[in-house]
Design a protein around this ligand. Sequence first.
Ligand code: NAI
Length: 462
Amino acid sequence: PVEVKKICCIGAGYVGGPTCAVIPHIQVTIVDLNQQRIDAWNSDTLPIYEPGLDEVVKAARGKNLFFSTDVDKAIEEADLIFVSVNTPTKKSGIGAGFAADLKFLQLATRRIAEVAKSSKIVVEKSTVPCRTADAMRTILEANSKPGCHFDILSNPEFLAEGTAIEDLFGPDRVLIGSLQTEQGLSACQSLANVYANWVPRERILTVGLWSSELSKLAANAMLAQRISSVNALSAICEATGANIDEVAYAVGKDTRMGSKFLKASVGFGGSCFQKDILNLVYLSESLHLPEVAKYWRAVVEMNEYQKSRFANKVVNTLFNTITGKKIAILGWAFKKDTGDTRESPSITLANHFLTEKARIDIYDPQVTESQIWLDLTDYGDIPAEPIKPHVKISETVEEACKNAEAIVICTEWDEFKTLDWQKIYDNCPRPAFVFDGRLILDRKALTDIGFKVISIGTGDRI
Ligand code: NAI
């Protein structure tokens, strides 16, 4: 196998940045077309928040880790190229709303073919539909210079935002898919040798290209399916007097199941789960498997239902109207320990409350005010002016909650568990409602203070 001495990573996002920052010794250049993002990676304020990321980047930057917008130079110099560009759900055309938009991936691939003057190993790190490597190979071979050979590997990323650095240093597994030809297997070994610098060999799994591509979609579909299953059960709990935390605890103790990913909530968010399931739905339909498509689609539908069920519960509890009432939204990120807001349930809830003509006051420890406005206006598609009088963004929880008729926990930030709830209560009108969309609060302590606490998956029936 070729010894990898220089790596290029195309796409300096949530995946490209952290994954490459943990690679020891080997020279890695992460490139992006977005100048602002590269400038941020080269500054003291990195473009993404992730626990431990600052330390890792600052230790390696300028030594073996470089960030640049000079895509061509980095491609030319590298032996191995990770492609970590975004693959969002298509917004228009065939497969709109379901299929992955592969334009960024194809542009990056074309660039590699046009610029490369020597053979390269090209690694799909982005999450892609099954058999995308085939299309990449066609693009590369049709545009390459004589004598340049490209091996394509699939190496999906399993990190979770919020624990990315921990996940990358100690992954459950690294998955590499290759063609089962001599060339393919040799390229696979080259990449496995890179990971072997810090990952035990038995955790580096090597499989066929298509299995590798499909495994990423499968993993996300099954993780999301657990959340939708527990959320579906939470609705039954509310109607019966069962308690979802107790049910999940009892179920999760079964070693065939395990306890992770069984927390009921307002619903899952993030850039991946919904997009990857819809991608799987589209794939199933393309393969003439409508029943399979329907099965996975239900996971997304259950998530939508959970969000609207929770929003309706807020309205119903506030005596069927929230018009003109102030609602505090605690947490805007799609989960704790990240500043990422893509597909965050908070956005859905905020829109619901605004439609009901409530006034919302938002607090999040990591998300910037400008990001919240981008989300509320769907990146400029919805005019900001009409909603401006109804939206406030606060610097502190206390400010957001002051005079609020309802406090809604949307993100499970640890700091929400240890707030001075008595002080918050003193500044709220009565009855003071708290809606725990993440099941993180001490229900008894808050009830003792005087709050009316409404949680997911616990009803009033005793
Ligand atoms: P991102 O949007 O944060 O980053 C992608 C970057 O690629 C952007 O900065 C964009 O400017 C850049 N880019 C796009 N086209 C380019 C081109 N032709 N040349 C150079 N740069 C280009 O996306 P993120 O979250 O890092 O996701 C990347 C891929 O990884 C997606 O396929 C996603 O599904 C997958 N993934 C994401 C995970 C996550 O937790 N965010 C986890 C595992 C996989």
